[in-house]
Design a protein around this ligand. Structure first.
Ligand SMILES: C[S@@+](CC[C@H](N)C(=O)[O-])C[C@H]1O[C@@H](n2cnc3c(N)ncnc32)[C@H](O)[C@@H]1O
Length: 298
């Protein structure tokens, strides 16, 4: 709590790489022309596939500072992120992460990739729940990773958790390198979600589990109450405690994220076979469980 209201601006100091490290497979991922809807939700690509991107939701012209959801934006709130996360989600977020870990159905000594690892909460949970498993966490925010590294060291998990800089859209890992891939509250931030999903499918072994946890615009019976929390409480609490406007982004990005069935279609058009979509806490959050759509390579 000793941080100044505006976190030490690592982005301004130039300590953050936004582009991530260069992917060895970059040329293999075909760029896709997308026709985005104004709200940045699901849209159709020129080849007729369902697409989905958050880039259009927060055009550069509206931005003062880093793009909403980018690593640079998260650099600004990294030192308060964990506290704010617990307060904003009313402490429910760890329960959701537990379900995500269970959905990975990990065997002994599995290799797990945690995308958008941030301050490494999910990576740590995977490693603590499965003592023989190794985790690689990837995130574009150096400040989030630094907080994560401190937590990993404090728990003496450095031998089994490795954190590195990178973006989900261009992973510098080989095909079928991981037994399982997870991503908590991160897919919303990817500029090109279909591309990130195709990368996830590429690096996952056939039959390996993919578990994606993401917030949604609350609907249903408790929708109005939950929407009040997301639209009124979260931005104010976030701004109050962090002194930053970044928590407006959270509200806007949740509102523009596609409904669960639409996002399921985006996943299925991005090389993944969805096994299950689990609504959590009255649909405030969804857990998407999938596996690569392709079978074993010959
Ligand atoms: C809301 S935090 C989630 C952190 C963590 N997974 C958790 O459960 O608390 C979102 C993270 O997504 C990261 N991020 C933004 N753009 C990304 C991208 N293109 N690929 C991967 N991660 C990204 C941000 O830097 C940030 O750390």
């Amino acid at each position: 709590m000793s941080q100044p209201p505006e976190a030490p601006d690592a982005a301004a100091a130039g300590t953050t790489s936004t582009a991530g490290t260069k992917a060895s497979n970059a040329d293999e991922v075909a760029p896709q022309a997308t026709v985005s809807t104004p709200d940045g939700a699901a849209s159709a690509t020129q080849d007729g596939q369902v697409s989905d991107t958050n880039a259009a939701a927060f055009p550069d012209s509206e931005q003062r500072g880093p793009r909403g959801g980018s690593g640079q934006m998260f650099d600004r709130i990294a030192h308060r992120y964990d506290l704010l996360n617990r307060l904003i989600s009313l402490g429910i977020d760890q329960g959701w992460r537990n379900k995500t870990v269970a959905a990975l159905a990990l065997r002994e000594e599995a290799q797990v990739l945690d995308l958008a690892t941030g301050t490494a909460d999910l990576a740590i949970l995977v490693a603590e729940t499965h003592p023989t498993v190794e985790v690689v966490g990837v995130d574009p925010s150096l400040q989030m990773l630094e907080v994560g590294r401190q937590k990993v060291r404090a728990r003496e998990l450095g031998g089994r958790i490795r954190l590195c800089e990178g973006r989900a859209e261009e992973l510098h890992f080989g095909d079928e390198q991981f037994d399982a891939v997870c991503m908590a509250f991160g897919i919303r931030n990817a500029e090109d979600r279909p591309r990130a999903l195709r990368e996830i499918a590429r690096v996952t072994k056939p039959g390996g589990r993919v578990a994606i946890l993401e917030l949604s615009e609350p609907r249903g019976v408790l929708g109005p109450l939950a929407r009040f929390h997301v639209h009124q409480v979260v931005p104010r609490l976030g701004a109050l405690l962090s002194g930053a406007k970044e928590y407006r982004y959270l509200e806007r990005s949740i509102a523009s994220f596609p409904p669960a069935e639409e996002f399921r279609a985006v996943m299925e058009n991005s090389d993944l076979k969805v096994l299950e979509v689990v609504p959590l806490t009255f649909g405030v959050c969804h857990l998407y469980v999938a596996e690569p759509a392709r079978g074993p390579r010959p």
